[in-house]
Design a protein around this ligand. Structure first.
Ligand SMILES: NC(=O)c1ccc[n+]([C@@H]2O[C@H](COP(=O)([O-])OP(=O)(O)OC[C@H]3O[C@@H](n4cnc5c(N)ncnc54)[C@H](O)[C@@H]3O)[C@@H](O)[C@H]2O)c1
Length: 199
């Protein structure tokens, strides 16, 4: 995809991999919309991108909250235009063993809230943002790409029932969206990074 002058939304774009992707896409001419939870970190990210001549705007959005996502994408459309790309990158971990025991005594179990928090951000967040992005692409009648950021933990990882299930789930979303959205010239794909050093 030629990203020049295209609007690309990047969730969790205020730091880490999201910010790195914003730098790369912005250096190729994309106008990047960073979605993240805190205004101050968004402002810093936008300032660092602007210094490099990249057109960027920050939007305070909690990807796990439907109303927040709908409002955020409406603001992106109003301020930058409809998105041509969406990178579902926002992600958290909250590791715990499913059940931990010592000498037959149960010591700890993964709580439902711990499970739910990670599913809400990493899986439901991708669903909500992917849905808004696809809606804007179809309404604008232009081609687009949705990229879901997964992890090698999708294959299962100790202490990560919640994270592994969410990352496996977003692989299934990409395949499903590829099948559903190809007729609108929208592609969907997954990237599963192995690891990256802290930025
Ligand atoms: N860094 C790695 O080594 C690695 C490896 C495999 C997969 N990944 C995946 O890549 C993605 C980015 O990883 P990272 O290391 O850059 O993470 P990070 O923690 O540095 O950044 C994640 C960003 O997401 C934001 N975020 C968290 N919850 C949010 C929410 N509810 N709504 C909006 N934004 C939210 C955070 O504020 C943060 O800016 C994640 O999905 C992660 O699972 C990372």
């Amino acid at each position: 995809m030629n990203v020049d002058n295209k609007v690309i939304a990047i969730t969790g774009g205020a730091r880490g991999l999201g910010l790195a992707m914003a730098e790369l896409l912005g250096s190729k001419g994309a106008r990047v919309a960073l979605l993240d939870t805190h205004r101050d970190t968004l402002d810093k990210a936008v300032a660092s991108l602007s210094e490099r001549g990249i057109q960027a705007k920050g939007f305070v959005v909690d990807v796990s909250d439907e109303a927040s996502v709908i409002k955020g994408f409406a603001a992106i459309k109003g301020e930058l235009g409809p998105v041509s790309g969406c990178v579902n990158n926002a992600g958290i971990t909250d590791d715990a063993m499913l059940v931990k025991a010592k000498e037959g005594e149960i010591e700890k179990r993964m709580s439902l809230s711990c499970w739910q928090r990670v599913i809400d951000v990493n899986l439901t967040g991708a669903f909500l943002c992917g849905r808004e992005a696809a809606t804007q692409m179809i309404e604008a009648n232009h081609a687009g790409v949705i990229v879901n950021i997964s992890s090698i933990s999708k294959a299962g990882n100790m202490g990560q029932s919640n994270y592994a299930a969410a990352k496996a789930g977003i692989h299934a979303l990409s395949v499903t969206w590829g099948k559903e959205l190809a007729r609108y010239n929208i592609r969907a794909a997954t990237v599963a990074p192995v690891s990256c050093p802290p930025r």
